[in-house]
Design a protein around this ligand. Sequence first.
Ligand SMILES: [Fe+2]
Length: 145
Amino acid sequence: MKITEGLLGEHALSYALFDQVEAAADDAGNLTEIFAVGRVLSRAVASHMALEHEVLFPALIEGGQTNGALDVMRADHKEIELLAGAVADSTTLEEGRGVLLRLVATLREHFEKEERFLFPICERMLSDQKLTELGADWAKRRGLA
Ligand SMILES: [Fe+2]
């Protein structure tokens, strides 16, 4: 499997998770519930972003990708990390709910950007063999191989 296919599969599952997080944020009766949901979401997306940083981005840089696409992705990841931290630092239910929903919206936009721009760049720049090698690394890290 190519790494782009593996990451796209993670996006598909993440969209289902985002729906559940939004519903949980709406239903939350106190800030503790917001913190619990925020932690699950933050850890799930942190592992996804780490895979991109440690497996995908180095291959793109090695392949000659030096323009703005990676900078945009890194800036998005930073914003996502800051929002995840802001959820944990919230002091009222309304604040926590608002920041958590903003985090989910930001994640949806970021994932869409990856699907429209980053993954096609990977498919253009990297050979099928390289994408499959990276896919094997991805699978191993995810406990699939
Ligand atoms: Fe990303």
